[in-house]
Design a binder for this molecule. Sequence first.
Ligand SMILES: [Cu+2]
Length: 138
Amino acid sequence: MKKPWMLFLLVTLTIIAPSLVRAEDPKPQDIRIEATDFQFKTSKTSLEAMRPTTLTFVNTGKYRHELESDLFHGVESKIEVDGVMIIGDEIQELILDPGKTLKLTFVPRTKGVFEFSCNAEDPENHLKKGMKGSIKVE
Ligand SMILES: [Cu+2]
């Protein structure tokens, strides 16, 4: 391999990637959250704790929308959008342009009810127009 940084990246991904899919219950679950102008549509209202979860966030509206929640904050997460992958555990908010889709992969570890909302302000406050919801982790 000519480029040492590629080797470094490969080694890093080889070490990090398995820890993202490792979980007590390997059976994955999916949830889809669609943002429109101006409401959220969710494919389900509850998730099982400790199961690998893929959250698909889709913006079918004409405005940029946000998904802010403690559901994935502090939990090791992987985000994929347009061929870019981001890994981290301080993700508190996802912001998506119209027509875009992203996938967030994580394992919900804490049971409870997690609120989510869009706090965008263009053309006016989305939260005041009703862009909020909740997901129960049980
Ligand atoms: Cu919004």
